[in-house]
Design a binder for this molecule. Structure first.
Ligand SMILES: [Zn+2]
Length: 342
């Protein structure tokens, strides 16, 4: 099951979505799944992966629109070849901007090759409130995203340490939290409890999904309760906040990590800056709601560069007593159930 998941996907449709480079970085997902990511295992230092300019990367910011084989940095506009952009894990050599990546790409960057085994993929979004045009949006999003919903859940190994992961999918309605996403995360956490696994969650979300109304808001309590049971079982939960982590996700499981990491420059907040300014009638400081600001204020424990993330997670898991195991020793019972969610 694990490899089939990565092989049977609709790459043609993904290629279509790549045309809209401004929506999420416009990159070629196929390049990432096929190749081993250039993730370093060096745990020390914040060495830039981009210290050297590889061929195909122009370090001069430009106003020109990207060509068919180019990607414009969402931070500074510098044009990169698609290959160079993928090689750099979608981190800009010129400005350090961490571009958005899909859940499947994240799996390739974080987990050992071919160790990912999805959980609860059969749980997908419905339209319980008969919200106008919602079903059409779901259909379109499912074509643009590999995850099948706003979060990809499963187990895998990080340098041979077994772990349960959920990875939010910005390409699926901006990672908004609906009933299906909440159910997937809950089943993942229950699987982790049954198998004594740590949970790592990559958050990227615009918040709760308005088309599901109160059912969407209920997922905040449901996932939080599941994480409470994980904590009671003595198992750690590491939250990784990526750009953007906002709304109901910030108000629930994104902020419940025993350890909270963040990618550089990530937007992290509940309400938007403009809404807050209009409410309190004060202007907010520079860098408000950015990862660096939140580290300074104590909401985030540490900022980790994308190239260092796998090593940092390995280090944290070992600190919490989880050790590498042989492949033969890994048997994980996934949490089942019907596809009805509420
Ligand atoms: Zn840039």
């Amino acid at each position: 099951m694990k490899l089939d998941f990565l092989k049977r996907k609709k790459w043609v449709k993904l290629e279509l979505s790549n045309q809209a480079w401004t929506s999420g970085g416009g990159q070629s997902p196929t390049a990432h799944v096929a190749q081993t990511p250039a993730v370093t295992t060096n745990a020390g230092g914040a060495q830039s992966p981009t210290g050297k300019s590889d061929a195909g990367v122009s370090l001069s910011p430009t106003k020109n629109p990207p060509g068919p084989d180019e990607v414009a940095c969402p931070g500074c506009g510098t044009l990169h070849s698609k290959q160079g952009w993928a090689r750099n894990l979608r981190v800009c050599p010129a400005c350090g901007k961490h571009g958005r990546i899909t859940s499947v790409e994240r799996v390739a960057q974080i987990l050992d090759l071919e160790t990912f085994s999805p959980i609860a993929q059969e749980v997908t979004s419905k339209n319980p409130l008969k919200f106008p045009d919602y079903q059409e949006k779901l259909d379109k999003a499912s074509l643009q995203s590999e995850a099948g919903d706003a979060v990809l859940t499963g187990t895998g190994r990080i340098h041979n340490i077994p772990a349960a992961l959920f990875i939010m999918e910005p390409d699926f309605m901006m990672g908004s939290l609906g009933s299906a996403a909440g159910e997937r995360i809950t089943r993942l956490v229950e699987t982790a409890i049954e198998n004594r696994l740590p949970v790592i969650g990559f958050c990227a979300s615009g918040g709760a999904r308005m088309q599901e109304g109160i059912l969407s808001l209920m997922q905040m309590a449901k996932t939080s309760a599941a994480l409470g049971r994980l904590s009671s079982a003595g198992l750690p939960y590491i939250a990784v906040l990526t750009d953007p982590t906002t709304g109901g996700v910030t108000a629930s499981y994104a902020m419940l990590g025993d350890v909270i990491l963040a990618e550089p420059g990530a937007l992290i907040g509940f309400a938007g800056q403009r809404v807050i300014e209009q409410t309190i009638r004060q202007s907010l400081p520079d860098g408000f709601q950015r990862a660096e600001f939140l580290v300074d204020k104590g909401f985030v424990d540490r900022i980790v560069h994308r190239t260092e993330m796998k090593a940092a997670l390995e280090q944290l898991l070992k600190l919490h007593g989880f050790a590498s195991v042989s492949v033969a020793a890994v048997t994980i019972e996934s949490k089942g159930g019907d596809t009805h969610v509420s």
